[in-house]
Design a protein around this ligand. Sequence first.
Ligand SMILES: [Zn+2]
Length: 483
Amino acid sequence: MEFKKIVPLALLCWATTLTAQKDLTSQLYETYENFKENSIGKRRIKHADIQPLIAEFKSNPKFEVQKVGQSIQGKDLHLISIGTGKRNIFLWSQMHGDEPTATQAIFDILRFLDTPEFQEEKEVILSNLKLHFLPMLNPDGAEVFQRRNALGIDINRDALRLQSPEGQTLKRLRDSLDADFGFNLHDQSKYYNAELTEKPATISYLATAFNYEKDINEIRANAMKVIVFMNNIIQKYAPGQVGRYSDDFEPRAFGDNIAKWGTSLILIESGGYRNDPEKQEIRKLNYVSILSALYTIAEESFKSIPTEDYEKIPHNDRKLFDLKIKNVTYELLGNKYILDLGIFRNEVDLKDHNDFFYRGSVADQGDLSTFYGYETFDAEGYELIAPKMATVESVKNPMSLLQNGVAFVKTKLPTEVAFTNLPLQLVHQDFELKPMNLQPGINPTFFLKKDGVITHAVINGFLVDLSKPLDEQNKGNGLIYRK
Ligand SMILES: [Zn+2]
């Protein structure tokens, strides 16, 4: 038939690979809850949270667990290995302390590898490969949920100078394992989107370059092929939500050097996903796509994937806000102007870095027609109204305050906490409400009025629809202003 003559053999193989793989991928996705490590379900996980898990794998004969180093503050770094294959695969996570999503996924993958299910697929993976996991490379940073380590440096700019013990450990392992593939696992800002779309870059990939010329040798091509394979999986569960990271060469970074030192380097960045503040759906996508990738690497079926498809993944862009309000009418010095507002809800950690609250800020204002929002409100025909303040003994009816344009409430403040679950700003007795000066950087707290009626409030960056009961709206938090 004509058809057979035209379709190149490589493409047919690739299609067959995809079909077989699709089954495994769907099964992994559907059965995920059976393997999920439930003890680490929030992003602010600490070194102490993963020690019991590591101890458990250490006492399990299927796994080899070695202490491979220590952080600056003396926290042990462990390498967990499994498999009898000749090809080494090295996966490390949380080199940046506030990027824990893949650490959680690694423990899900280890749980999966420990159970009797999926025996055939596991046999393929573990007889061809030896897998080495280093979860939470920067435990000192994780302790205070910050990017940098205790020395205040970015470990990912320490690949050449090697001042950090964490970086030294990574380099030593890279050299001793000489892995075929390296998975460099990070999180990125939720404000990244797939270029020219409103879709968040839930996952971004990079087949890291090994020189300024961004040449593609076989080692880098293999990383590109596996990325194309994983992209196809993510597209199924989060359509359009994949970005491709800039491949500018960074001579100080680990990924770039590890690629130079001869390992096919796959950078995975977990970004944002609508209504998933703790990134548990993204964690699941990591689990499914990394396990599927290990399978295709074990089978070597990725080799028939065309490298050119890598370039078809859209670039990462950074054009998202948490809330975009467009076309609002704003009056200044007696004149009316049409503005779009881009609003961020920034996370502020609580004292022990175990949880957080939100502090909103106006990130940008003006013509924001090239930007997108996780939530967008078209305020055409609405006026922006400055908030009022009222004094009440206790807040009994927040809706009635909001409908009267009151956002700031002088009242008895609860002790200790920095935020309130009420959609109001609670303030101390001497608080003075200054006239509104709408500028980037201010806390977004105001009202929207249409045809003489206040219909919406924006409190600390959260949009509240005043026509709906408050308890039906999950609206984050208001702030508490103390002296
Ligand atoms: Zn990172």
